[in-house]
Design a binder for this molecule. Structure first.
Ligand code: HEC
Ligand code: HEC
Length: 307
Protein backbone atom coordinates (compact mmCIF):
# COMPACT_ATOMS: atom_id res chain seq x y z
CA UNK A 1 0.00 0.00 0.00
CA UNK A 2 2.76 2.40 1.05
CA UNK A 3 4.75 1.54 -2.07
CA UNK A 4 1.69 2.15 -4.23
CA UNK A 5 1.19 5.56 -2.63
CA UNK A 6 4.79 6.54 -3.24
CA UNK A 7 4.65 5.49 -6.88
CA UNK A 8 1.35 7.37 -7.34
CA UNK A 9 2.96 10.45 -5.85
CA UNK A 10 5.95 10.13 -8.18
CA UNK A 11 3.66 9.74 -11.18
CA UNK A 12 1.57 12.75 -10.14
CA UNK A 13 4.51 15.04 -9.54
CA UNK A 14 6.39 13.97 -12.63
CA UNK A 15 3.95 15.89 -14.87
CA UNK A 16 2.58 18.36 -12.34
CA UNK A 17 4.53 21.21 -13.93
CA UNK A 18 3.70 20.31 -17.51
CA UNK A 19 1.14 22.31 -19.54
CA UNK A 20 -0.17 19.08 -21.12
CA UNK A 21 -1.75 16.35 -19.00
CA UNK A 22 -2.18 12.69 -19.94
CA UNK A 23 -5.51 11.09 -20.83
CA UNK A 24 -6.70 8.79 -18.00
CA UNK A 25 -5.99 5.14 -18.78
CA UNK A 26 -9.47 4.06 -17.79
CA UNK A 27 -12.46 6.34 -18.10
CA UNK A 28 -15.56 4.91 -16.45
CA UNK A 29 -18.09 4.14 -19.19
CA UNK A 30 -21.37 2.21 -19.22
CA UNK A 31 -20.29 -0.43 -21.71
CA UNK A 32 -23.80 -1.67 -22.52
CA UNK A 33 -25.00 1.83 -23.43
CA UNK A 34 -21.80 2.50 -25.35
CA UNK A 35 -22.31 -0.71 -27.32
CA UNK A 36 -25.77 0.47 -28.34
CA UNK A 37 -24.33 3.87 -29.17
CA UNK A 38 -21.76 2.22 -31.39
CA UNK A 39 -24.48 0.46 -33.40
CA UNK A 40 -26.28 3.78 -33.84
CA UNK A 41 -23.04 5.55 -34.81
CA UNK A 42 -22.57 3.06 -37.65
CA UNK A 43 -26.22 2.89 -38.74
CA UNK A 44 -27.26 4.69 -41.96
CA UNK A 45 -30.89 4.04 -40.97
CA UNK A 46 -30.56 7.16 -38.82
CA UNK A 47 -30.53 9.25 -42.02
CA UNK A 48 -33.51 10.12 -44.21
CA UNK A 49 -32.33 8.23 -47.30
CA UNK A 50 -30.50 5.48 -45.41
CA UNK A 51 -27.20 6.72 -46.82
CA UNK A 52 -25.41 8.45 -44.01
CA UNK A 53 -24.04 7.28 -40.68
CA UNK A 54 -21.92 9.24 -38.23
CA UNK A 55 -18.97 7.03 -39.15
CA UNK A 56 -19.13 8.23 -42.79
CA UNK A 57 -17.66 11.57 -41.75
CA UNK A 58 -15.83 10.48 -38.58
CA UNK A 59 -13.51 7.57 -39.30
CA UNK A 60 -12.99 6.38 -35.76
CA UNK A 61 -10.65 3.60 -36.86
CA UNK A 62 -8.18 6.15 -38.12
CA UNK A 63 -8.09 9.50 -36.35
CA UNK A 64 -11.86 10.06 -36.04
CA UNK A 65 -12.10 12.78 -38.71
CA UNK A 66 -12.78 12.83 -42.47
CA UNK A 67 -10.06 12.72 -45.10
CA UNK A 68 -12.28 14.70 -47.48
CA UNK A 69 -11.96 18.51 -47.40
CA UNK A 70 -15.67 18.71 -46.77
CA UNK A 71 -17.86 15.76 -45.91
CA UNK A 72 -20.85 14.61 -47.90
CA UNK A 73 -24.11 13.69 -46.22
CA UNK A 74 -27.76 13.38 -47.26
CA UNK A 75 -28.15 13.06 -51.03
CA UNK A 76 -24.47 13.90 -51.55
CA UNK A 77 -24.93 17.35 -49.96
CA UNK A 78 -21.59 18.97 -49.20
CA UNK A 79 -20.87 20.28 -45.72
CA UNK A 80 -19.64 23.80 -45.07
CA UNK A 81 -16.62 23.07 -42.89
CA UNK A 82 -14.01 20.34 -42.36
CA UNK A 83 -15.11 17.46 -40.15
CA UNK A 84 -13.20 17.49 -36.84
CA UNK A 85 -12.27 14.36 -34.92
CA UNK A 86 -14.69 12.75 -32.48
CA UNK A 87 -11.86 11.01 -30.64
CA UNK A 88 -11.35 12.60 -27.21
CA UNK A 89 -14.14 15.10 -28.05
CA UNK A 90 -15.45 14.59 -24.50
CA UNK A 91 -12.50 16.68 -23.27
CA UNK A 92 -13.34 19.72 -25.42
CA UNK A 93 -14.81 22.63 -23.47
CA UNK A 94 -17.43 23.13 -26.21
CA UNK A 95 -18.40 21.26 -29.37
CA UNK A 96 -18.26 22.37 -33.02
CA UNK A 97 -15.65 24.69 -34.51
CA UNK A 98 -17.52 27.71 -33.19
CA UNK A 99 -18.56 26.10 -29.91
CA UNK A 100 -22.30 26.41 -30.53
CA UNK A 101 -23.00 23.20 -28.58
CA UNK A 102 -21.89 23.16 -24.98
CA UNK A 103 -21.55 19.39 -24.68
CA UNK A 104 -21.78 16.11 -26.60
CA UNK A 105 -25.48 15.70 -25.87
CA UNK A 106 -26.36 19.05 -27.40
CA UNK A 107 -23.97 18.34 -30.25
CA UNK A 108 -25.46 14.96 -31.24
CA UNK A 109 -28.80 16.55 -32.13
CA UNK A 110 -26.92 18.68 -34.71
CA UNK A 111 -25.90 16.11 -37.34
CA UNK A 112 -29.15 14.15 -37.01
CA UNK A 113 -31.24 17.20 -37.89
CA UNK A 114 -28.78 18.95 -40.26
CA UNK A 115 -30.29 18.87 -43.80
CA UNK A 116 -26.83 18.27 -45.29
CA UNK A 117 -26.04 15.42 -42.90
CA UNK A 118 -28.65 12.93 -41.64
CA UNK A 119 -31.59 15.22 -42.53
CA UNK A 120 -33.94 13.75 -39.90
CA UNK A 121 -35.88 15.12 -36.95
CA UNK A 122 -36.58 13.64 -33.55
CA UNK A 123 -39.86 12.04 -34.62
CA UNK A 124 -38.38 10.45 -37.73
CA UNK A 125 -35.51 9.04 -35.68
CA UNK A 126 -37.98 7.61 -33.17
CA UNK A 127 -40.01 6.02 -35.98
CA UNK A 128 -36.93 4.38 -37.47
CA UNK A 129 -35.55 2.93 -34.26
CA UNK A 130 -38.92 1.80 -32.98
CA UNK A 131 -39.56 -0.06 -36.24
CA UNK A 132 -36.45 -2.14 -35.66
CA UNK A 133 -36.86 -5.32 -33.63
CA UNK A 134 -33.12 -5.29 -32.96
CA UNK A 135 -33.18 -1.82 -31.34
CA UNK A 136 -36.42 -2.52 -29.48
CA UNK A 137 -34.82 -5.56 -27.90
CA UNK A 138 -31.54 -3.90 -27.01
CA UNK A 139 -33.07 -0.67 -25.63
CA UNK A 140 -35.44 -2.83 -23.56
CA UNK A 141 -32.44 -4.73 -22.17
CA UNK A 142 -30.24 -1.68 -21.49
CA UNK A 143 -32.75 1.06 -20.59
CA UNK A 144 -35.77 -1.05 -19.63
CA UNK A 145 -38.15 0.73 -22.02
CA UNK A 146 -40.64 -0.58 -24.55
CA UNK A 147 -40.76 2.67 -26.55
CA UNK A 148 -37.44 4.28 -27.57
CA UNK A 149 -37.48 8.04 -27.05
CA UNK A 150 -35.18 10.30 -29.09
CA UNK A 151 -33.39 11.38 -25.90
CA UNK A 152 -32.31 7.78 -25.29
CA UNK A 153 -30.89 7.51 -28.80
CA UNK A 154 -28.78 10.59 -28.06
CA UNK A 155 -27.83 9.23 -24.64
CA UNK A 156 -26.47 6.00 -26.13
CA UNK A 157 -24.52 7.84 -28.84
CA UNK A 158 -22.97 10.15 -26.22
CA UNK A 159 -21.96 7.20 -24.05
CA UNK A 160 -20.21 5.67 -27.06
CA UNK A 161 -18.43 8.97 -27.71
CA UNK A 162 -17.40 9.08 -24.04
CA UNK A 163 -15.62 5.79 -24.67
CA UNK A 164 -13.73 7.19 -27.68
CA UNK A 165 -10.58 8.19 -25.84
CA UNK A 166 -7.05 7.40 -26.99
CA UNK A 167 -4.87 7.04 -23.88
CA UNK A 168 -1.29 5.87 -23.55
CA UNK A 169 0.31 7.83 -26.39
CA UNK A 170 4.09 7.96 -26.35
CA UNK A 171 3.86 11.52 -25.05
CA UNK A 172 1.51 10.53 -22.20
CA UNK A 173 3.91 7.72 -21.31
CA UNK A 174 6.70 10.29 -21.28
CA UNK A 175 4.64 12.50 -18.94
CA UNK A 176 4.16 9.50 -16.68
CA UNK A 177 7.91 8.78 -16.79
CA UNK A 178 7.28 5.43 -18.48
CA UNK A 179 9.03 6.11 -21.76
CA UNK A 180 11.70 8.48 -23.07
CA UNK A 181 11.22 10.76 -26.05
CA UNK A 182 13.89 10.69 -28.77
CA UNK A 183 16.20 13.71 -29.03
CA UNK A 184 14.26 14.95 -32.08
CA UNK A 185 10.86 14.61 -30.32
CA UNK A 186 12.09 16.28 -27.17
CA UNK A 187 13.56 19.22 -29.06
CA UNK A 188 10.26 19.49 -30.95
CA UNK A 189 8.37 19.71 -27.66
CA UNK A 190 10.77 22.40 -26.42
CA UNK A 191 10.23 24.44 -29.61
CA UNK A 192 6.46 23.94 -29.27
CA UNK A 193 6.70 25.58 -25.85
CA UNK A 194 9.33 28.21 -26.70
CA UNK A 195 7.52 29.50 -29.78
CA UNK A 196 4.22 29.69 -27.90
CA UNK A 197 2.18 27.01 -29.68
CA UNK A 198 1.50 25.86 -26.13
CA UNK A 199 -0.37 29.07 -25.24
CA UNK A 200 -3.26 27.91 -27.40
CA UNK A 201 -2.66 24.14 -27.60
CA UNK A 202 -2.43 22.90 -24.00
CA UNK A 203 -4.29 20.86 -21.38
CA UNK A 204 -5.58 17.32 -21.70
CA UNK A 205 -6.53 17.72 -25.38
CA UNK A 206 -3.55 19.88 -26.38
CA UNK A 207 -6.26 22.32 -27.49
CA UNK A 208 -10.05 22.19 -27.23
CA UNK A 209 -10.18 24.57 -24.28
CA UNK A 210 -10.33 28.09 -25.74
CA UNK A 211 -11.46 30.13 -28.73
CA UNK A 212 -8.73 31.82 -30.75
CA UNK A 213 -8.49 33.73 -33.96
CA UNK A 214 -7.01 32.03 -37.01
CA UNK A 215 -4.73 34.91 -37.92
CA UNK A 216 -3.79 36.45 -34.57
CA UNK A 217 -0.67 37.98 -36.18
CA UNK A 218 -1.27 37.99 -39.92
CA UNK A 219 -4.85 37.99 -41.18
CA UNK A 220 -6.10 34.74 -42.69
CA UNK A 221 -8.19 34.42 -45.84
CA UNK A 222 -11.76 35.52 -45.18
CA UNK A 223 -13.10 35.33 -48.74
CA UNK A 224 -15.29 32.39 -48.02
CA UNK A 225 -17.82 32.30 -45.19
CA UNK A 226 -17.56 29.53 -42.62
CA UNK A 227 -19.55 28.89 -39.44
CA UNK A 228 -17.01 30.71 -37.28
CA UNK A 229 -17.76 32.37 -33.96
CA UNK A 230 -18.99 35.50 -35.76
CA UNK A 231 -21.77 33.39 -37.27
CA UNK A 232 -23.30 33.14 -33.79
CA UNK A 233 -22.16 36.39 -32.17
CA UNK A 234 -22.57 38.67 -35.21
CA UNK A 235 -19.49 40.46 -33.91
CA UNK A 236 -16.93 41.11 -36.63
CA UNK A 237 -14.09 40.65 -34.17
CA UNK A 238 -15.13 36.98 -34.13
CA UNK A 239 -14.51 36.45 -37.84
CA UNK A 240 -12.18 33.44 -38.17
CA UNK A 241 -12.40 32.74 -34.45
CA UNK A 242 -12.67 29.02 -33.76
CA UNK A 243 -12.28 26.57 -30.95
CA UNK A 244 -8.59 25.64 -30.92
CA UNK A 245 -8.57 22.08 -32.29
CA UNK A 246 -7.09 19.20 -30.31
CA UNK A 247 -3.67 18.08 -31.50
CA UNK A 248 -4.10 14.54 -30.18
CA UNK A 249 -3.78 12.00 -33.04
CA UNK A 250 -3.07 14.95 -35.31
CA UNK A 251 -0.83 12.97 -37.67
CA UNK A 252 -3.92 10.87 -38.58
CA UNK A 253 -6.40 13.65 -39.32
CA UNK A 254 -5.31 15.44 -42.52
CA UNK A 255 -6.48 17.64 -44.13
CA UNK A 256 -6.16 20.43 -41.56
CA UNK A 257 -7.95 23.66 -40.57
CA UNK A 258 -11.61 24.58 -40.71
CA UNK A 259 -11.33 24.91 -44.49
CA UNK A 260 -9.24 21.77 -45.00
CA UNK A 261 -6.67 23.91 -46.80
CA UNK A 262 -3.51 22.27 -45.40
CA UNK A 263 -2.93 18.82 -46.88
CA UNK A 264 0.01 17.90 -44.66
CA UNK A 265 1.24 18.69 -41.17
CA UNK A 266 4.14 20.58 -42.76
CA UNK A 267 1.71 22.86 -44.58
CA UNK A 268 -0.34 23.29 -41.40
CA UNK A 269 2.73 24.28 -39.40
CA UNK A 270 3.86 26.78 -42.02
CA UNK A 271 0.45 28.47 -41.95
CA UNK A 272 0.09 28.30 -38.15
CA UNK A 273 3.48 29.83 -37.43
CA UNK A 274 2.92 32.56 -40.01
CA UNK A 275 -0.66 33.55 -39.13
CA UNK A 276 -0.72 32.86 -35.40
CA UNK A 277 2.87 33.54 -34.33
CA UNK A 278 4.23 35.80 -37.06
CA UNK A 279 7.34 33.62 -37.53
CA UNK A 280 8.86 31.37 -40.16
CA UNK A 281 10.00 27.95 -38.98
CA UNK A 282 13.08 26.41 -40.59
CA UNK A 283 12.68 22.96 -42.20
CA UNK A 284 14.64 21.48 -39.31
CA UNK A 285 12.40 23.08 -36.69
CA UNK A 286 9.29 21.98 -38.57
CA UNK A 287 10.57 18.39 -38.68
CA UNK A 288 11.25 18.46 -34.94
CA UNK A 289 7.80 19.81 -34.06
CA UNK A 290 6.19 17.20 -36.33
CA UNK A 291 8.21 14.47 -34.58
CA UNK A 292 6.79 15.75 -31.27
CA UNK A 293 3.23 15.93 -32.66
CA UNK A 294 3.51 12.31 -33.81
CA UNK A 295 4.03 11.25 -30.18
CA UNK A 296 0.47 12.45 -29.48
CA UNK A 297 -1.05 9.48 -31.31
CA UNK A 298 -2.73 7.33 -28.67
CA UNK A 299 -4.07 3.81 -28.43
CA UNK A 300 -7.16 3.14 -30.42
CA UNK A 301 -10.26 3.24 -28.16
CA UNK A 302 -10.76 -0.12 -26.45
CA UNK A 303 -14.50 -0.01 -27.16
CA UNK A 304 -13.78 -0.55 -30.87
CA UNK A 305 -12.31 -3.97 -30.18
CA UNK A 306 -14.85 -5.11 -27.58
CA UNK A 307 -17.60 -6.01 -30.04
C1 HEC B 1 -22.00 14.50 -43.41
C2 HEC B 1 -20.88 14.44 -42.49
C3 HEC B 1 -21.14 14.27 -41.00
C4 HEC B 1 -21.97 13.35 -40.39
C5 HEC B 1 -22.87 12.31 -41.05
C6 HEC B 1 -21.79 13.53 -38.97
N1 HEC B 1 -20.87 14.52 -38.74
FE1 HEC B 1 -20.19 15.11 -36.93
N2 HEC B 1 -19.31 16.69 -37.79
C7 HEC B 1 -19.24 16.94 -39.14
C8 HEC B 1 -18.75 18.29 -39.37
C9 HEC B 1 -18.52 18.94 -40.73
C10 HEC B 1 -18.55 18.85 -38.10
C11 HEC B 1 -18.10 20.28 -37.79
C12 HEC B 1 -19.31 21.19 -37.92
C13 HEC B 1 -19.08 22.56 -37.32
O1 HEC B 1 -18.21 22.69 -36.45
O2 HEC B 1 -19.79 23.51 -37.69
C14 HEC B 1 -18.88 17.81 -37.11
C15 HEC B 1 -18.74 17.94 -35.74
C16 HEC B 1 -18.94 16.90 -34.83
C17 HEC B 1 -18.55 16.91 -33.44
C18 HEC B 1 -17.84 18.06 -32.73
C19 HEC B 1 -16.37 17.81 -32.57
C20 HEC B 1 -15.64 19.07 -32.16
O3 HEC B 1 -14.44 19.00 -31.85
O4 HEC B 1 -16.21 20.15 -32.15
C21 HEC B 1 -18.96 15.73 -32.89
C22 HEC B 1 -18.77 15.27 -31.46
C23 HEC B 1 -19.62 14.99 -33.94
N3 HEC B 1 -19.57 15.72 -35.12
C24 HEC B 1 -20.27 13.78 -33.78
C25 HEC B 1 -21.14 13.24 -34.75
C26 HEC B 1 -22.14 12.22 -34.49
C27 HEC B 1 -22.42 11.58 -33.16
C28 HEC B 1 -22.77 11.97 -35.68
C29 HEC B 1 -23.92 11.04 -35.95
C30 HEC B 1 -25.14 11.25 -35.19
C31 HEC B 1 -22.14 12.83 -36.67
N4 HEC B 1 -21.19 13.59 -36.06
C32 HEC B 1 -22.46 12.81 -38.02
C33 HEC B 1 -19.58 16.05 -40.15
C34 HEC B 1 -20.47 15.01 -39.95
C1 HEC C 1 -3.08 32.06 -31.03
C2 HEC C 1 -3.41 30.68 -30.80
C3 HEC C 1 -2.62 29.62 -31.54
C4 HEC C 1 -1.25 29.44 -31.58
C5 HEC C 1 -0.19 30.29 -30.94
C6 HEC C 1 -1.03 28.23 -32.36
N1 HEC C 1 -2.22 27.71 -32.76
FE1 HEC C 1 -2.44 26.03 -33.87
N2 HEC C 1 -4.41 26.44 -34.05
C7 HEC C 1 -5.07 27.51 -33.49
C8 HEC C 1 -6.40 27.63 -34.07
C9 HEC C 1 -7.45 28.65 -33.72
C10 HEC C 1 -6.50 26.59 -35.02
C11 HEC C 1 -7.68 26.33 -35.96
C12 HEC C 1 -7.42 27.19 -37.20
C13 HEC C 1 -8.36 26.96 -38.34
O1 HEC C 1 -8.85 25.86 -38.52
O2 HEC C 1 -8.56 27.91 -39.11
C14 HEC C 1 -5.24 25.86 -34.98
C15 HEC C 1 -4.96 24.74 -35.76
C16 HEC C 1 -3.77 24.02 -35.71
C17 HEC C 1 -3.51 22.80 -36.43
C18 HEC C 1 -4.50 22.08 -37.32
C19 HEC C 1 -5.47 21.27 -36.47
C20 HEC C 1 -6.60 20.61 -37.22
O3 HEC C 1 -7.14 19.63 -36.72
O4 HEC C 1 -6.99 21.09 -38.29
C21 HEC C 1 -2.23 22.41 -36.13
C22 HEC C 1 -1.51 21.18 -36.62
C23 HEC C 1 -1.68 23.41 -35.23
N3 HEC C 1 -2.66 24.36 -35.00
C24 HEC C 1 -0.41 23.39 -34.70
C25 HEC C 1 0.17 24.51 -34.10
C26 HEC C 1 1.60 24.65 -33.86
C27 HEC C 1 2.65 23.59 -34.14
C28 HEC C 1 1.78 25.89 -33.34
C29 HEC C 1 3.10 26.58 -33.03
C30 HEC C 1 4.02 26.69 -34.16
C31 HEC C 1 0.47 26.49 -33.20
N4 HEC C 1 -0.47 25.63 -33.70
C32 HEC C 1 0.23 27.73 -32.65
C33 HEC C 1 -4.56 28.35 -32.52
C34 HEC C 1 -3.21 28.54 -32.30
Amino acid sequence: MFKLLISLLIITFSYADEPIVPIPLNEPVNVEKAKLGKELFFDPALSRDNSTACVNCHNIYNGGADERIVSEGFNGAKGNIQSPTVLNARYNFKQFWNGRASNLLEQANGPLTNPAEHNMDSQKVELRVNSSEKYKKSFQAVYGVSYIKYALVLDAIVEFENALTTPNSKFDRYLRSQEELSKQEKEGYTLFKQYGCITCHNGINVGGNSFQKMGTFIAYNTNKKFPDKAAISNDERDINVFKVPTLRNISLTAPYFHDGSAKTLKEALTAMSKHNLGIKLSDEETAKIIAFLETLTGQRPKILDLF
